[in-house]
Design a protein. Structure first.
Length: 363
């Protein structure tokens, strides 16, 4: 009886070991994480454990807009940009928890580009989850909580086999294997994270420098519903983020990186989004700064050439914006009422101090 039991147990263990070996081989052979910004960002975040006091969170509007090196030079902080492509409100929440588990965070700046806060559920954009959970540590409880929230039990198959949702093209595989076996994961190596043809390069601590200028008109991605400027999903995870920060003594600042004035002009009811976040901030002992409504166009002198497309800053624009963001933070830290730096309404901004793009609003 005992011999039969141990033979069956050995068979189960052998089968599990062989299955894991096959999955590991498939991931090595097929999955391209060498060229992943998120992989590099999380690798750096783990390496910087215990150092980070200032955290930036959000989508590509965060990681393309805020340069931590420039922030630290201006403010004397040790900041990190943990933005990721299409990062949704739940992704920001779990990245906050992941960073806070390793660092005594003082301040978190949450970038609030409005489309993400109008998604109805994380499962609608599964790649936003995979870009983070694929590269979180196996020991991280946030990895599994986020994966379960996004896709339930079925999504856990993707933790074992990321190739299910991302396979490298066949022609790139030999070079990918060489990179994995040599310097593809070497800390600080950005050679595999530079795309000259696309005008993008990873510059460290989460910041991605983007070149190029808008090639099309400044058409909106989404109009705002004045009766529901944020979705229930957006509100849920914004509240969770606020609660976590308050419970852990972390100051939270909500902000939106500057959008072109032409984009504001073409986005119906954007004012409803601004009003909703300002009211929420006032009710929750925080602030909301929308730099699309920044008054001083001489200080934040954004030209069409400072955007890479209809709504993202390029690297040149990010440099201008990061300088103004740091100035705003410094003035806020000194006790100044920085709300006076922003127009109350979109209508005022467009009438009194639009940026250069407004001339292209009707294209």
């Amino acid at each position: 009886m005992k011999a039969t039991f141990f033979r069956k147990l050995a068979a189960v263990v052998l089968f599990a070991a062989l299955t894991l070996a096959v999955l590991a081989a498939a991931n090595f052979l097929l999955v391209d994480d060498v060229h992943s910004y998120s992989r590099a960002m999380l690798q750096e975040l783990y390496a910087d454990a215990g150092k980070v006091d200032t955290l930036f969170l959000g989508s590509s509007h965060c990681y393309r807009s805020v340069d931590p090196a420039q922030v630290d030079a201006a403010l004397g902080t040790y900041s990190f940009n943990a933005g990721s492509s299409q990062q949704l409100p739940d992704g920001s929440y779990y990245m906050l928890r992941e960073a806070a588990a390793q660092n005594a965070l003082h301040t978190v700046y949450l970038e609030m580009f409005y489309t993400g806060y109008n998604q109805s559920a994380s499962k609608d954009v599964p790649l936003a989850c995979y870009l983070l959970t694929d590269h979180m540590r196996w020991t991280s409880p946030n990895r599994y909580a986020y994966q379960a929230e996004m896709g339930g039990l079925a999504a856990f198959a993707d933790l074992l086999l990321p190739a299910r949702h991302g396979v490298a093209s066949p022609g790139t595989l030999p070079a990918l294997w060489r990179a994995k076996l040599t310097d593809g994961y070497a800390p600080g190596n950005t050679a595999y994270l530079t795309y000259a043809d696309e005008g993008e390069s990873y510059r460290g601590r989460g910041f991605v420098y983007t070149s190029g200028t808008p090639q099309n008109a400044f058409r909106t991605l989404l109009d705002v519903d004045p009766d529901a400027p944020l979705s229930d999903f957006g509100w849920e995870y914004l509240r969770k983020t606020v609660d976590f920060c308050q419970q852990n003594g972390i100051r939270l600042v909500l902000f939106t990186a500057p959008l072109p004035s032409a984009y504001l002009y073409n986005t119906a009811n954007y004012q409803a989004y601004v009003d909703a976040l300002r009211d929420f901030a006032a009710e929750n002992n925080t602030v909301y700064w929308d730099f699309s409504l920044y008054k001083d166009v001489d200080t934040l002198n954004l030209l069409v050439e400072d955007f890479s497309d209809a709504h993202h800053l390029n690297g040149q624009g990010a440099g201008k914006f990061t300088a103004v963001l740091c100035d705003t933070i410094a003035r806020d830290n000194a006790g100044e009422d920085v709300a006076a730096l922003f127009f109350d309404s979109v209508a005022e901004k467009l009438a009194l101090a639009p940026d250069q793009s407004i001339a292209m609003a009707h294209l």
